[in-house]
Every structure is written in structure tokens, then in C-alpha cells.
Design a protein. Sequence first.
Length: 578
Amino acid sequence: MKSLPVFIYFLHNRTTKRNFFVLSKFIGFLVVLVSLYSLLFHLLMLHEGREYSWITGFYWSLTVMSTLGFGDITFQTDLGLLFTLIVLLSGVVFLLILLPFTFVQFFYQPWLEAQQRARTPKELPEQTAGHIVFTSLDPVTIILIKKLQRYGYQYALVEPDVHRAQELHEAGYAVVVGEYDDPDTYRRLRLPQARLVIATNDDLTNTSIGFTVREVTDQVPIITDADTIHSVDILEFSGNTKVFQFTRMLGQGLASRTNAVSLGAGILGNFNGLLVAEFPAVGTAFEGKTMCQTGITEKTGVRIVGLWQRGKFIDPQPETLITAAMVLMLAGSKEQFERYDTLFQLDSSLQTDEVPVLILGGGRVGKAAADTLEEHGLRSIIVEKDKEIVEQIMRQGGKECLLGDAADIDVLRRAGIEEARTVLITTRNDAVNIYLAFYCRKLRPKVEIISRALEARAVSRLYRAGADLVMSAASLGANTVLQYLRPNEFSMFTEGVSISSRIVPLTLVGKTLVQAGLDKHQVDNQGDNRGYTVLAVQREQEQIIMPGPETELCRNDRIVLIGTDEEEQSFWDVAMME
């Protein structure tokens, strides 16, 4: 019974009918050919004075054509032997070569394709609602799908290619076969009941998707990623609710995390009134002091909830020494941060155009970073080895650009590596980024290095090479969409590390942080210190920042958590199973 849908589709397909007609003509030709050989066999045997039955004639023809040639029946004359050679050679061509090829081409392969089409879903169940529709599987959507599943969202991925759809289906993705520009595709995806459409194809395809979706429904929001700034207006006109440029946003994000852009604490997220921020220790009064010597909490009320040092989150202790390579993670209210910025803001001499920010790579990310720095009145120098890109930047004007290889020490010196306050690494090659991060760290041990990553597996190596902060367009795009879906609940700190706010699950109500496995001093079964940390527990009447291990979790409490994606996923998997 499982093969019945495949068989029905196979028989009703127009291509299948045409293939059957071609295959039947070839088989008919073989039947006629074997019959002709059988007739000639009888005539030649009569010529030699022998007589055989018609069954024997067919038997001889098939054994000779298939090269079996048992040798029990043979001709004695040269004419008979010549006929045998003709039958043998034609059998090699038609039975051993053309017949298998024709069978595979016109029957077996179409049958496999019919099975693939039957196994790959073409629509979602009618009761499906509140799901997310993706139109492409790319680095952004791969990360986003993992995060959405963690938050309990359903999704569906549109794929026009049947073979690709089958591969994705077997890989575990919820995929539906359909064309991007066919309104029926989105009806089968139950689009009117969907929560969101996310289009991350090229600009032309995204424009077509926007108009097609709006034929089906005007209510469902559409989020689109634009390749170029010139496409933004067109994509907005085609009905898209939000049009982002994730690549440009990455450049802006890299630039905004430099020390000189914000002299005060850089706000990372607002979780129901609780602000979480970062503040670099380099060049401040905190450098070289212990936590208890800073006096931050006593003077402002802001709490230090963690320290970040090149890929490692450090639990703050009173005796912890603050070094230049550390970034302070802070938590507090808006009023507390206003007092903090008044007392502890960075030296305003950092915001000068005399000391440049070095940007290694002049692509879209590098140019966006330069634009952001220019908006803040900061000088930047782009180093790019592609002559065409350099000429394009120079034609646009307003930016300093140096033609040369950033791996060349002379080029870096001409660009100003010896006096640069920050180095932004923005190339499209992780191996190059790792090399440049290590090279710049050796040349300038105390310079701030912020790097782009293309693959998640390169992040740890970039930190090991000396990068202070790592970001990617894929993670930034995924987190931007997640913030749209769940405002005030999620914020990205750096690549692979995020801050989230979640309602305490019922399985943990009444338990202390130790019992819930959320005590930051606990170790796992291998003896390693757990990387996730509870920054705060939020209740209706109070907000507990850096709660102690004996803090009891109550119904409707919210916990603000920082950690890697894997650590957060592992915790919630365990919490939901208890």
C-alpha cells in the first residue's frame, strides 16, 4: 500500500507516458528482430537439411544474441556461420548495450524520481499554524532554524528542486517542494496561518517572492535580506515588512564594538528594564585592579556579572585581576548606567581622527565598517589587495584606501599598524582572517582586534590567534530575526555566545539554582566548569542580579542567562525532560 501513491503518480505523469511509449517501441523492435532471426534460422537449417521446431528457433536466437551460446545447435555451412556472427553482434548492441540503457533511462530512473517526489512533502497539514516559512537554506537560516527549534517554533523550507528537497528531507529538514513564483506553493504551505516569511535568496528572487506572497495574503510579515543598498527600496515596495542587509549590518556591528565609537558602556540588550552592557578595560582606571578595588557597584549600583577575555567567559570574583584584554559585562537599570557613564566613561582622546582604525579588507563589510566609523568622526584606513575594489572605493571618495597585501609588514606599516587603536579584519576567508589576527597580535600585543568569521568552526581558532571579538553575518542575521520574533528576550554578545531571557519552566519551579543545575560554580561530569551563567532572576516585585546558588525559582520568574548556544540548548533539553 505504501507504493500505491508512487504508482499512481508514476502512471499519471506526462513524461512517464512518453517514456513508456519509447520503451514499448524499442521492445517491439526487439520482438520483431528475434522473430526475424528465428525465421531465418529455420530457412538456413532447411538449407543444410535439418529441421527444428519454432520454439527451438526462438531459443537459438536468444542464446546467441545474449552471447550465452550453449553450442548445442550450430550451423555447418559458411552461410550459417556468417548469419550466427550477425545475430551475435546485433545481440551485443541491442540486448547488452541498448536494452539496459533504455530500461534505466525510460523506466528505472523515472520510477526512482517518482519515489522521491512521493516521499518529499508537497504541502503542510491543514491545521498547521504559527509556523515560519523559509525560502532558502543558507548560513543565516541554518543557524536560525536551530534557534527557532530551541524556542518551539515550527518551520517549513521551500525548495523547487526535487533532488535537493529529497536530500534536505533525509537530512531532517522540514521541506516542501514548490516553485518560488507559484501562489499555489504558498497556499500549500498554509501561508495565511503562518507567523513569518523569511526570504534570503538573491534580490531578484526575493522581489518575486514578495509579490507572490502578497497575492496569497497581506497579513503575514516578510523579512528579506538585501544584497545591495540599491535593492532596499525595490524590496520594500514589493511588500516586504522588514528589509535588512546582514552583510552591511556586520560591518556596522564590527565598527560599533570598537573602543572609540562609544565612550560609555555599550548596551547589548534590554530585558524588561534590565540593561546588559559591555565595557572594555583597556585604557581605563580598572586596568590592573581587582574586582573589589573598582568600586563600581558601590558608586553606581551597576553590577559586574562577568568578564570576557578572548573567547572565554570568566566568573567575576572579588580577587579577580582585570587586565587590558578583558571586557567587563555589566548589568543594571537605565539610571544606574547613566551614573556609570558619568563616572567611568573612556578617555575622550580616543575619539580623534589622528589615530586610525585599520580595516583589513575592502569588501562590503569593510566599507560598511568605514562608513560607521566616519559617522562617529573617526578616521579609518582600508587595506585591500584587489586593485578594482581600491579604484572603486577611491572613485566614491571620502575614504582612505591602501592597495597592498595585509600580510606584508611594509603595507601594514604604511597603513599605520604601529599607532592604530583598533584592527578590523573583514576578509571573506577564515584562514586569512586567522593569519592576520595572529600577525597583528604579534606586531601589536595590546591593540584591539575584532574579526569577521564565515564558519562557526573558525571562531575558536580566531580567538586563539588573538582576536578580542568575533562576529559573523550568519549569526548576526539569525539573531536579528529572532529579536524581531521575540523582542526583549534575546541579544547576541559575540559569535556563539548570547544573552537570553526565558520564563522558568514548570519543572524547575520550587528548585534552587543549585538544584536546577544553574549554579555557575557547579562542574559537569567531566569536571569542567559550566560556561553558562544566570545574570538575573526577574520577578514581579524584584530583580535579583547575580543571584546566589540558594536562590529559589518561583512560578512566572524570568531568568536572564548568558552562555554558548550549545550550553543553553543542553540545559533546556535537560530542564524540559525532568
